[in-house]
Design a protein around this ligand. Structure first.
Ligand code: HEC
Length: 463
């Protein structure tokens, strides 16, 4: 009896132990099953949110990342490029300040992409792959006027970048008001960035807005000569006023339209859009681009037109010391200006050329508080965004707006246009990539109480 009991006990004991082990194995397996990273569950949402705005057919990315196959065959490349944070391109430090269109992956998202690649890029539940986002022609709706480049630009298949000055003249029957202008690239794969200014001619001062060349290589001549070739001046040789930076473009960036009542400007009967400049990426084959502008009219004069403040090169504040960067040196410069009034800041644009390394801008109020504006730890010449704040940022009158920028003129800078490094300096605002610039453009409104609560997020504008 005793013995049987004893045996029975042993048998039961053995069984339980096995069962326990089995349970552990099952739990372990099912956990593993649950945490397995798949395309349909984890990866597709990340790619749709952060990549397909550029990586889709006919857009700027070198290949689409729209389907499972697109992504799966590049899973290793996606894992490494996101780990190094080269993609998605977003130079601004999002631990410092936030902007609309901010495109930064979280650590968790980067980890998911690594695990997915390591696991062999499994699709997961192939029947529940979420639908890829669709991109409409323009998020701003139907334009009132479309203005096209007067002639197609022939892009040489020489595998080099091209930086052009371009004039796009247009006439309209009567003076009017505009709410926004959107640049639409003709050749989405090659148009890299555009910075557009508006020239509004007084009717009697310019007979023919169409005369002069339309496209010139901005690297080939000094700025003054470029202007002459494009015949931008009035007939009497004087220069018309330029409304600067009213249209900008970078791949993946939505056009700027501020909330109702903010921004906008007037158009004259005779106008010209001056692209200064338009940057085409390298192409291995001869091809063309004929980009255009969608213009959206406004019913009335702008209630709160934007103002612009420009620090540094060609701006209101001196660069200290003068922007001369000796070869084989890493050198830091600063420039600062006092806020002339209470400012409601909408958008900021840091600008340097190829030697840029870091860029940092902030304001110090008369009370001694610091207002962070932007910090770029790793400057990337190719991704020069116009950064729009999520909410208007108030800079009180008398604040000291400060920009600190560092340039790397050593061989360690892979973008250095010279090897061996040579002295590089500011030359009268020359756009040449071999000359340097330090510029900070602030688009703002005179402050009104409550401005700091106004959201500039594009979703919030009902678009
Ligand atoms: C704003 C547009 C844009 C976004 C958003 C974007 N890319 Fe790119 N991507 C590009 C462009 C343009 C290139 C071509 C190389 C370059 O200009 O850096 C590129 C290149 C790449 C390359 C190839 C790099 C090489 O060395 O050939 C990979 C891989 C890549 N992107 C993955 C991604 C992933 C993954 C995402 C999202 C997490 C993403 N990209 C988001 C525009 C973008």
């Amino acid at each position: 009896m005793n013995r049987i009991n004893y045996l029975g006990f042993r048998i039961m004991d053995y069984g339980f132990r096995n069962l326990g082990f089995l349970l552990i194995v099952i739990t372990f397996l099912s956990c593993k099953q649950k945490s397995k990273v798949t395309y349909s569950k984890d990866v597709a949402p990340i790619i749709y949110k952060n990549c397909t705005s550029c990586h889709r057919p006919g857009s700027a990315g070198p290949f689409p990342l729209v389907s499972y196959n697109d992504a799966a065959k590049r899973s290793k490349m996606i894992a490494s490029i996101t780990k190094s944070r080269r993609m998605p391109p977003w130079p601004a430090d999002n631990t410092y300040t936030h902007f609309t269109d901010e495109n930064v992956l979280s650590k968790e998202e980067i980890n998911l992409l690594q695990q997915w690649a390591e696991a062999g890029a499994p699709v997961g539940d192939a029947n529940h792959v979420p639908k890829a986002p669709s991109y409409t022609a323009s998020i701003l709706g139907k334009p009132d006027l479309v203005v096209k480049m007067p002639e197609a630009f022939k892009i040489k298949g020489d595998n080099t970048d091209h930086f052009m000055f371009m004039k796009v003249p247009f006439e309209i029957p009567r003076d009017t008001f505009v709410r926004a202008i959107e640049f639409v690239p003709g050749n989405k794969a090659l148009v890299h960035h555009v910075n557009g200014h508006l020239i509004r001619y007084q009717y009697d001062k310019k007979k023919n807005v169409n005369d002069g060349e339309k496209i010139v290589d901005s690297q080939a001549y000094p700025v003054k000569e470029l202007y002459e070739k494009l015949k931008l001046a009035n007939d009497d040789g004087s220069y018309p006023l330029l409304k600067s930076s009213f249209v900008n473009y970078l791949p993946g960036v939505l056009p700027t339209m501020y909330p109702d009542g903010i921004g906008g400007f007037s158009l004259n009967r005779k106008n010209a859009i001056l692209l200064k400049d338009i940057h085409y990426g390298p192409s291995p084959i001869d091809t063309t681009d004929q980009s255009y502008f969608n213009i959206f009219f406004a019913k009335e004069a702008p209630k709160r037109p934007t103002l612009e403040m420009q620090l540094g090169t060609l701006g209101i504040s001196e660069i200290i010391p003068p922007l001369i960067i000796p070869p084989n040196e890493v050198k830091t410069f600063y420039t600062r200006a006092v806020a002339p009034r209470d400012m409601s800041v909408l958008t900021i644009n840091p600008h340097m050329h190829l030697l840029g390394k870091t860029f940092w801008a902030f304001a110090i109020t008369p009370k001694g508080d610091t207002i962070p504006l932007i910090r770029i730890q790793k400057w990337d010449f190719r991704w020069q965004y116009f950064y729009t704040f999520k909410k208007i940022v108030k800079i009180p009158r008398g604040s000291l707006i400060t920009v600190i920028a560092t340039y790397d003129n050593t061989r360690n800078n892979p973008e250095n246009p010279f090897n061996p490094p040579q002295l590089v300096q500011e030359r009268n605002g020359s756009m040449r990539t071999t000359d340097e610039m330090l510029q900070f453009i602030i688009t703002y409104l005179p402050y009104q109480p409550g401005d700091e609560n106004i959201s500039l997020a594009k979703e919030a504008n009902g678009e």
